[in-house]
Each structure stands twice: as structure tokens, then as C-alpha cells.
Design a protein around this ligand. Structure first.
Ligand code: HEC
Length: 159
């Protein structure tokens, strides 16, 4: 006896079940990605710093006269700093003292000082944003706000 498997069209109920599975798998993938992003504070804080460094380079080129003054661009640089200051303090859980990181022990040993350094950076970035109107005021404000990079690194980042 021969058994013939005849392909038959899927019923709408079956299609619905399949779609449900596909959607469930997609939702899981999205959730897993979100958790991964959240559970890697070292990568996140380094990415913020890298973005800052790129922005700082743009503004430095203006400062050195290698690029024309551009108010919108400069304000964007300050905004990049302010994104960091809004997130940075929350990216140093005790579990991330070691690993692929240059975060210094003082971040945890003197956490108030670290938070104060972030707050100062934020205050200076806001002040710079408010006072920068033209190439001249930019020079003063930008030089002031970027002092924070070195001073924080000296105390809170390993060499
Ligand atoms: C309040 C402290 C603080 C300030 C202000 C600060 N940084 Fe950082 N920065 C850090 C710490 C801490 C690290 C080390 C992060 C790690 O390795 O986990 C770091 C790391 C970096 C890195 C290396 C990132 C990497 O991929 O490893 C760069 C580049 C950097 N900072 C640039 C800057 C620039 C430019 C400024 C100023 C516009 C600045 N930082 C201001 C604390 C600060």
C-alpha cells in the first residue's frame, strides 16, 4: 500500500499559531538585546566616553582654527557631554571594578567625590552652552569645560 502525503494549504488557525510563535521569538530577541545592553555597563560607559572624545576633537579643530566656527556644532558637542553626565554615575556597579576597564578604585572608595566631579562637569557644560555665542566666547567656555576631562581622569581613571 502506498501512502501519499498530499500537501494541503494551511488553515487560518495554523497560520495564526505560526505567527504567534514568530512574534514570541522576536520579542525574546528584542528583550535579550535590551538586557545585554543594560548588563554591560563597562561597554556603555566606554561608549559614552568615546562619543565625547569624537565630539571634543570636532570642537578642538574649531579652537585651533582648522575648522570654521559653527555654533550649532559646538552646542551639539556640549549636548554630547550632557548625555554623559546624565548617565555616567549609574554605570559603575561594584561588579564592574575589574574587567576590560580603566575605571580607577577611587570611583568606589570616594564615590561622593566621583559624583561631584560628574556634577561639576555638568555644571560647566551647561554654563558653556549658555555662554557660547561666537568664536571668542567659545574659546573661553570650551577651554573651561574640557579641563574636566583631565582632572577627572587623573583621579578616577587608571593609566
Ligand atoms: C567625571 C569623570 C570623567 C570626566 C569628566 C571625563 N571622563 Fe573620560 N573617562 C572617565 C573614566 C572613569 C574612564 C574609564 C572608563 C572605563 O574604562 O570603564 C574614562 C575613559 C575615557 C576614554 C577611553 C574610553 C575607552 O574606550 O576606553 C576616553 C577617550 C575619554 N574618557 C575621554 C574623555 C573626554 C574627551 C572628556 C571630556 C570632554 C572626558 N573623558 C571626561 C571619567 C571621566
Amino acid at each position: 500500500m502506498q501512502v501519499r502525503v498530499v500537501p494541503r494549504p494551511l488553515g487560518s488557525g495554523e497560520i495564526y499559531e505560526m505567527l504567534k510563535t514568530v512574534i514570541a521569538v522576536l520579542a525574546l530577541t528584542v528583550a535579550a538585546t535590551a538586557v545585554m545592553a543594560q548588563s554591560d555597563p563597562i561597554a556603555e560607559r566606554k561608549a559614552l566616553m568615546k562619543a565625547q572624545s569624537g565630539a571634543t576633537r570636532e570642537a578642538s579643530a574649531i579652537l585651533k582654527g582648522e575648522a570654521p566656527f559653527d555654533l550649532a556644532k559646538v552646542q551639539g558637542v556640549y549636548d554630547t557631554y550632557l548625555v554623559t553626565t546624565s548617565k555616567f554615575a549609574g554605570l559603575f556597579p561594584a561588579t564592574t571594578k575589574s574587567g576590560d576597564t580603566k575605571a580607577g578604585p577611587k570611583i568606589w572608595d570616594d564615590n561622593d567625590g566621583f559624583k561631584a566631579a560628574i556634577a561639576k562637569f555638568e555644571t560647566d557644560a551647561k554654563a558653556a552652552k549658555a555662554s557660547t555665542k561666537d568664536a571668542e566666547s567659545f574659546k573661553v567656555a570650551f577651554s573651561q569645560v574640557t579641563k574636566n576631562c583631565q582632572s577627572c581622569h587623573e583621579t578616577y581613571r587608571n593609566k
